[in-house]
Design a protein around this ligand. Structure first.
Ligand SMILES: Nc1ncnc2c1ncn2[C@@H]1O[C@H](COP(=O)(O)OP(=O)(O)O)[C@@H](O)[C@H]1O
Ligand SMILES: [Mg+2]
Length: 265
């Protein structure tokens, strides 16, 4: 990406600290997410990736430090003032978290019914457009249980883009998917960046996804950003923490004859 100098900072974490019951999870995280980029936070299981993401939409509050979204300090905002923030910054959760008792159509329509007072025809048009954007046309009447894991993830993304967010936060979007579907979700993240100019923050421990979608990458370790840079710079980095993570994850995949996707450490 060029013209980096003039790029707007859409999300900023400034010295964010957060403990749970005496366990310091975030110990001073500093991050700037730039408009239009796909930014990946890498880190082992339990390193605080999800906690980090939840701070970006005020689902968790820092003990100290600041979180700014589109320049606005959301650190102390009350719930009702976070509503417009969560319209503009949408989160696709780890589990895809579809409502099992609702059809695909109703799942995608859900945020529209929550936030908009639209006539049904307009809702239907948006639902169709969102499903089409994720390559899932014609499944409106199906129930989540009838879909494969990969299809469920994509419907989760369709729901995530229903309100036309400027930013999407993806928590482990490919975990549990087979390689073909992992690639499909990666392609989808990229195509939303290119067609809708969506800024993405991806949290994962999966290197294939990381290096197929990211403009920039950060490594979260021991509660801090241990390294940050362009995807190419991070891949080539000789910094000890980066190498340990990149090589460690790869080794443990190779160690496992079943090919089970390993959890990064
Ligand atoms: N709501 C919570 N209450 C207490 N502990 C939590 C909470 N959320 C996360 N943690 C703890 O914070 C640590 C980091 O969690 P998390 O961000 O989910 O890790 P990951 O990098 O795997 O996403 C873990 O030790 C987890 O148990
Ligand atoms: Mg997590």
């Amino acid at each position: 990406m060029s013209e980096a100098a003039a790029r707007e900072v859409v999300i900023e974490l400034q010295d964010v600290r957060r403990s749970f019951g005496g366990h310091a999870v975030l110990r001073g995280v500093n991050l700037e997410i730039l408009a239009g980029e796909t930014f990946t936070i890498l880190g082992g299981s339990g390193s605080g990736k999800s906690v980090c993401l939840k701070h970006m939409i005020g689902l968790l509050k820092p003990d100290s430090g600041r979180v700014r979204v589109f320049g606005q300090d959301i650190t102390r905002l009350p719930e009702h003032r976070l509503v417009p923030i969560r319209q503009a910054v949408s989160m696709v959760f780890q589990s895809a978290a579809l409502f099992d008792s609702l059809s695909v159509y109703e799942n995608v329509a859900y945020p529209l019914r929550e936030h908009m007072r639209w006539p049904e025809a307009r809702i239907a048009a948006r639902v169709r457009a969102c499903l089409s954007a994720v390559g899932m046309e014609g499944v409106e009447s199906m129930m989540p249980a009838e879909l494969s894991g990969g299809m469920r993830k994509r419907v989760g993304v369709a729901r995530g883009i229903a309100l036309e967010p400027r930013v999407i936060l993806y928590d482990e979007p490919t975990t549990g998917l087979d390689p073909a579907n992992q690639q499909r979700v990666g392609d989808l993240i990229r195509s939303l960046q290119q067609t809708l100019r969506i800024t993405s923050v991806v949290v994962t421990h999966e290197l294939d996804l990381c290096f197929s979608v990211s403009d920039r990458v950060a490594l979260l370790k021991s509660g801090r950003i241990a390294a940050i840079g362009t995807a190419e710079a991070m891949r080539a980095s000789d910094q000890v923490d980066v190498r340990a993570f990149l090589d460690g994850v790869r080794d443990s995949i190779e160690d496992e004859p079943g090919g089970r996707v390993s959890h990064g450490r």
